[in-house]
Ligand binder design. Structure first.
Ligand SMILES: Nc1ncnc2c1ncn2[C@@H]1O[C@H](COP(=O)(O)OP(=O)(O)O)[C@@H](O)[C@H]1O
Ligand SMILES: N[C@@H](CCC(=O)OP(=O)(O)O)C(=O)O
Length: 373
């Protein structure tokens, strides 16, 4: 059941709905989705659309028969398909649409992240429908989110949505891929995303989808951590949208956590990518996990990777090798190499300066424990 009070929703539409025949955009499934968006707005509910499909929509302009498309050609397909897709959506509405193309780099840089947030807010305030996609034409592997399920979850966090609705070609999470296992059963509700839930997910079975069920569960984990209810629904069926408008769940609902993660911690945990690892001793693991302490240099045994101050890192136990926490390091890898194992008072003499006036290597406000020990 959807919360009756929801006011702002992120709606993600997969490629198989935009260009089901890989022959340009098709109206077949988009009309009922467009009507749903219109009806939401009439009910004073704000919608942010995350639309996949630039590659699938642009593909027919290129003479290329193989299934595996080279990346340079994919970028070109995305460039032409994105305009077709935007034109298509714009024609569905009598209010303005705005194209918002993002990469992971835009969401992991704090200033650009805030710019994205402010722009989306202004668009919503002025009645414009934001239509978000990954900037596939320029995104490199390091800068890419890689799939629009995770991108939609990051957007839901940026705009503090009440719900994330992922429209797919399947009506929810099943006990196994229903396209492969006819005995698979729909799971209508998920309260906790555990490794067992991830184990149910297979890859994409359509020729156009990216990521399959796994990326949808990752998206649900990101969104629910910030209190956002997440639904996976079948975007092929007009009845799906009537059901949603009536406040019912037509597929699988992952319930938002009752105590959402604070925004900064959520960003560290679910948006930033770790650039290295800090290996710590048992005493340090205990201080972090049992006493909520900040990470100090004295507990550090080893540092791997190349990171700068402000980059995210994984904290790992040097004995069990388990990942303990993720946080923002206030020191670079090379600085930590000089101060590892040293008491905090020695930092200034080891480095010749104290880089940021603080002794914590990772302050507890910028660190997330990854598992309960
Ligand atoms: N446990 C599962 N439950 C439902 N679908 C699954 C599962 N495992 C794998 N899938 C596959 O995931 C597909 C949806 O993902 P994908 O093709 O990436 O769609 P989209 O374009 O909507 O993102 C389904 O068509 C289904 O074949
Ligand atoms: N950004 C890509 C879509 C990536 C993606 O996640 O696709 P899908 O699995 O169909 O939602 C595009 O517009 O072609």
């Amino acid at each position: 059941m959807l919360k009756p009070s929801w006011r702002r929703v992120v709606l993600k539409v997969g490629s198989a709905l935009i260009a089901p025949d890989q022959d340009g955009c098709s109206e077949r499934y988009l009309r009922p989705i467009a009507e749903f968006i219109q009806q939401c707005r009439q009910l004073n509910r704000e919608v942010i659309l995350v639309s996949s499909g630039s590659v699938a929509a642009g593909r027919h302009h290129f003479q290329f028969q193989h299934q595996r498309v080279p990346i340079a050609l994919k970028r070109a397909m995305a460039a032409v398909g994105q305009t077709e897709m935007m034109n298509f959506w714009s024609r569905c509405f009598d209010f303005p649409c705005a194209q918002v193309l993002l990469t992971h780099g835009d969401l992991s840089d704090r200033v650009r992240h805030i710019n994205v947030k402010n722009t989306l807010k202004r668009l919503l305030d002025h009645g414009v429908l934001p239509i978000v996609n990954e900037n596939d034409t320029i995104a490199t592997d390091e800068l890419k989110v890689g799939d629009n399920d995770n991108l939609a979850a990051m957007v839901a966090s940026v705009v503090q949505a009440d719900a994330l609705i992922i429209c797919s070609d399947v009506n929810g999470l099943y006990t196994a891929d229903p396209n492969k296992d006819p005995a698979a059963k729909l799971i209508p509700e998920v309260r906790q995303i555990t490794p067992e839930i991830y184990a149910l997910a297979g890859g994409a079975s359509s020729r156009v989808g990216t990521g399959g069920m796994r990326t949808k569960i990752e998206a649900a984990e990101k969104a629910t951590a910030q209190g956002v209810d997440t639904l996976i629904v079948d975007g092929h069926q007009a009845a799906t949208f009537q059901c949603l408008l009536a406040g019912n769940n037509p597929g699988t609902i992952f319930y938002g956590q009752k105590i959402p993660l604070p925004a900064k911690k959520h960003w560290v945990r679910h948006t930033l990518r770790a650039k290295g690892e800090i290996w710590v001793d048992d005493g340090c693991v205990d201080a972090l996990c049992q006493h909520g302490a900040s990470l100090l240099s004295s507990g550090i045994v080893r540092v791997t990777g190349d990171f700068a101050p402000g980059d995210a890192v994984i904290v790992r136990c040097s004995v069990s090798k388990r990942s303990i926490a993720k946080g923002v390091s206030r020191f670079s890898a090379s600085q930590l190499f000089s101060i590892k194992g040293q008491h905090s008072e020695k930092i200034a003499s080891c480095l010749g300066f104290c880089p940021n006036g603080s002794n914590a290597v990772i302050h507890r406000s910028e660190m997330m424990l990854l598992e309960k020990l």
